[in-house]
Design a binder for this molecule. Structure first.
Ligand code: ATP
Ligand code: MG
Length: 349
C-alpha cells in the first residue's frame, strides 16, 4: 500500500485500563471522542501498555481492558465506524516507541509534570516505563500519522512533546524523507490537541487542586461510570466544600477550588455555563446544590452504566470487537512502520 504523501486528517486517542473510568474521563475525553466520530476517521485505543507503567494485577487487567472497551461503546463509540482496539495487539506501537526513544531527549522528558506527580517522592523506584510513557504516547499517535488528538487538559504537555518528537524526526531524517518521495519533508504531522470536552479538567472530590484520576487510591475522590445511584449520591454529599453559600457569579468561585469544581461538573452535565448554574443556585447552601447535582449525575450516567453492564455480560463479543479493531488498526500502522524503517535505514528482507 502506498502512503499518502501528506498526512490526512485522522483522529487518535487512548484511555488506560488502569482502574475505573470516572466522570473526568467521560467529560474530558469520551464525549469529545463520540462527537468527533461524525466528522473524522477515528482510532480509539485501550492503552494497556501504558497501564503497566504502574503495577497491574494480570487477572484484573484483562477485565479492565474489557471494561474500558465496554465504557467506550456505552458512551457512544461505534466500533463499526471507528477503530476500537487494545494497544498491545498492535506491535507497531512498541516498535515506533523505540525509534522515538532515540529521538526524545532526557531533558525533554525530565520536564514532564505527570511523571513528577505519579512518581512522587520515591522517584528512584518508579519504572523506566513511567518515565518513557510520553514517548510511547507519541508513537501511539504517530504510528497512524494522526493529526488530531482529543484529550483532557492534563495531556497538553505530552502532546507538545509529541510535536517535538515528530519535528525532530522530520528534521533529522529530512534527506531520507525526501528520497522516499515525501517532497515537502513532512513525514509525521505536528498533531493538534483537541481539548474541547464539556469539562476539560475535572478535579478530585476530596481535593479541588488535584485532578480526578483512576489511579488515585481513594475511591471517594471520583465518580466512577460503574457507580450506582446511591454511591454517586453519597460521594457527592461527602465531597469537600467550604462553609460559604454558592456565589451568584463565576467570579465568586475564584480561590474556591472545590466549589468551582462542583459547579463546573454541574454545568458540564447540564450542558450549560457556570454562569447559568449560578443564576439558579447563587446564595444556596451546598446541601441543596449537592442534592440536585447528584440527581443530575445519576440521570446522565445511569444509561451509560446500564449499557456497560449489558455489554460486559458477553466478554467474547467485546473480544471480537477488539480483534476486528486490531486488524483494521494494523492495516494502517504496518505500512507506516515499514516506511519508518526504510527512512531510519534499517534493512528489511
Ligand atoms: P491514570 O490516573 O491512570 O493516569 P486517568 O484518570 O488520568 O488515569 P487516563 O487513561 O490517563 O485517565 O486518561 C484518559 C483520558 O481522560 C485522557 O484524554 C485524559 O486527558 C482524560 N482525563 C483524565 N482525567 C481527567 C480529568 N480529571 N478531567 C478531564 N479529563 C481527564
Ligand atoms: Mg492519566
Amino acid at each position: 500500500m502506498k502512503l499518502p504523501l501528506k498526512p490526512q486528517p485522522r483522529v487518535f486517542s487512548g484511555m488506560q485500563p488502569s482502574g475505573n473510568l470516572h466522570l473526568g474521563n467521560y467529560l474530558g475525553a469520551m464525549v469529545q471522542w463520540v462527537e468527533m466520530q461524525t466528522t473524522h476517521e477515528c482510532i480509539y485505543c485501550v492503552v494497556d501498555m501504558h497501564a503497566i507503567t504502574v503495577w497491574q494485577d494480570p487477572k484484573e487487567l484483562k477485565d479492565s481492558i474489557r471494561q474500558v472497551t465496554a465504557a467506550c461503546m456505552a458512551a457512544g463509540v461505534d466500533p463499526t465506524r471507528t477503530i476500537l482496539f487494545n494497544q498491545s495487539q498492535v506491535h507497531e506501537h512498541a516498535e515506533l516507541a523505540w525509534v522515538f526513544n532515540c529521538m526524545a531527549r532526557l531533558g525533554w522528558l525530565s520536564r514532564m509534570t505527570q511523571f513528577k506527580e505519579k512518581a512522587g517522592k520515591d522517584r528512584e523506584n518508579a519504572s523506566v516505563g513511567l518515565y518513557a510513557y510520553p514517548v510511547l504516547m507519541a508513537a501511539d499517535i504517530l504510528v497512524y500519522r494522526a493529526t488530531h488528538v482529543p484529550v483532557g487538559d492534563d495531556q497538553k504537555q505530552h502532546l507538545e512533546l509529541c510535536r517535538d518528537i515528530a519535528q525532530k524526526f522530520n528534521n533529522d531524517f529530512a534527506d531520507a524523507i525526501r528520497d522516499a518521495g515525501f517532497e515537502d519533508g513532512t513525514f509525521f504531522p505536528l498533531c493538534e490537541p483537541v481539548i474541547m470536552g464539556p469539562a476539560t479538567r475535572v478535579m478530585s472530590l476530596r481535593d479541588g487542586t488535584r485532578k480526578m484520576s483512576k489511579s488515585e487510591p481513594s475511591d471517594m475522590s471520583r465518580i466512577n461510570l460503574t457507580d450506582d445511584a446511591d454511591t454517586i449520591a453519597r460521594k457527592i454529599q461527602k465531597a469537600k466544600t467550604d462553609p460559604e453559600p454558592l456565589p451568584s457569579e463565576p467570579a465568586g468561585l475564584e480561590k474556591r477550588p472545590e466549589a468551582d469544581n462542583l459547579v463546573g461538573i454541574y454545568a458540564a452535565l447540564a450542558k450549560q455555563t457556570k454562569a447559568d448554574i449560578l443564576k439558579d443556585f447563587g446564595g444556596a447552601q451546598f446541601s441543596t446544590f449537592k442534592k440536585s447535582l447528584a440527581e443530575l449525575a445519576v440521570s446522565r450516567l445511569a444509561p451509560v452504566n446500564a449499557e456497560m453492564n449489558r455489554l460486559l455480560a458477553d466478554p467474547p463479543h467485546i473480544d471480537r470487537i477488539l480483534a476486528d479493531g486490531t486488524t483494521r488498526a494494523r492495516a494502517i500502522a504496518a505500512p507506516i512502520m515499514r516506511q519508518v524503517k526504510d527512512i531510519v535505514g534499517f534493512l528489511r528482507s
